[in-house]
Ligand binder design. Structure first.
Ligand code: F6R
Length: 259
């Protein structure tokens, strides 16, 4: 079993975390290029990640980061929304990142919110296959939900879960209401990479800021490793780094630990 390495780094704010994550991605992109292969990134949407996309965009525009050959796979998408819908995660990514850096569309993948019924299973299996065919995720960027979700792996998600359609939890719908105008307008289901898909990434970097993430982070770091807190499964990962501010960390002391 590979040695597990969990780092918890306290940062002043999201911008400080973004600098560290963007530097690491830039370094990784360089290493991959030297080795003759393409960087494969797993990406997340959400407030916690905005500063990372800004930092990466700055580097690309300044010429210190080349994402030309890189491939991106996003974690999740709401069911029922087309990629052209401004409320979709696909639109969120295009607007905040992909279009700003001119990342070719065919190398940015995100599950489709429009496949339903019998086609859904095949679409999810195909998403898993394309991650594998790309060589696997070099680094997966994550936020954490108030309820401990990662991607849209809500409480109850199994450690061996793969890309699939899920029902969104009440807290998730409540939190998304600000993006949709009201909770009634938030889609009830989504397609998400699974916990196992995330755990297969070679590096996992999770961002958590603000007091409303404190309880979820505390459980993920110190609670029982179980489906009740999907983020707790990350403790099984061989290369996990959590960037969090003081408000999110609370009593969880920053540490660099190998367990
Ligand atoms: C987004 C995603 C979610 C978010 C999480 C935190 O693609 O999969 O797990 O990362 O809900 O969201 P923010 O960062 O908005 O607090």
């Amino acid at each position: 079993m590979p040695q597990k390495s969990i780092s918890v780094v306290r940062v002043a704010d999201p911008a400080a975390a973004a600098t560290l994550v963007a530097d690491e991605i830039a370094q990784l992109a360089q290493e991959k290029r030297r080795g003759g292969s393409a960087l494969v990134l797993g990406l997340a949407t959400g407030r916690s990640t905005v500063a990372v996309y800004e930092a990466l965009t700055e580097r690309v525009l300044a010429g210190s980061l080349d994402l030309g050959a890189a491939i991106a796979f996003n974690l999740d998408e709401y069911c029922g929304l087309s990629a052209g819908d401004p409320r979709s995660f696909a639109a969120w990514m295009r607007e905040r990142f992909f279009e700003r850096v001119g990342w070719p569309r065919e190398r940015t993948r995100i599950p489709s919110g429009l496949v339903g019924g019998a086609d859904c299973e095949g679409h999810c299996a195909e998403y898993e296959d394309s991650i594998r065919a790309a060589g696997g995720l070099d680094l997966q960027l994550l936020g954490i939900g108030r309820n401990g979700h990662i991607g849209f792996n809500e409480p109850g998600s199994a450690q061996d879960s793969r890309t699939r359609r899920v029902r969104l939890a009440a807290e998730t719908i409540e939190d998304a209401a600000r993006d949709f105008g009201s909770a009634e307008d938030v889609p009830r289901s989504a397609i998400t990479m699974g916990v196992a898909t995330i755990l297969d990434a070679r590096r996992v970097r999770l961002l958590a800021f603000g007091e409303n993430k404190r309880a979820a982070l505390e459980r993920a770091l110190h609670g029982e490793i179980s489906s009740d807190s999907p983020a707790s499964f990350l403790r099984e990962h061989p290369d996990l780094c959590i960037y969090a501010d003081a408000a999110a960390l609370g009593q969880s002391l920053p540490r660099k630990a190998s367990v």
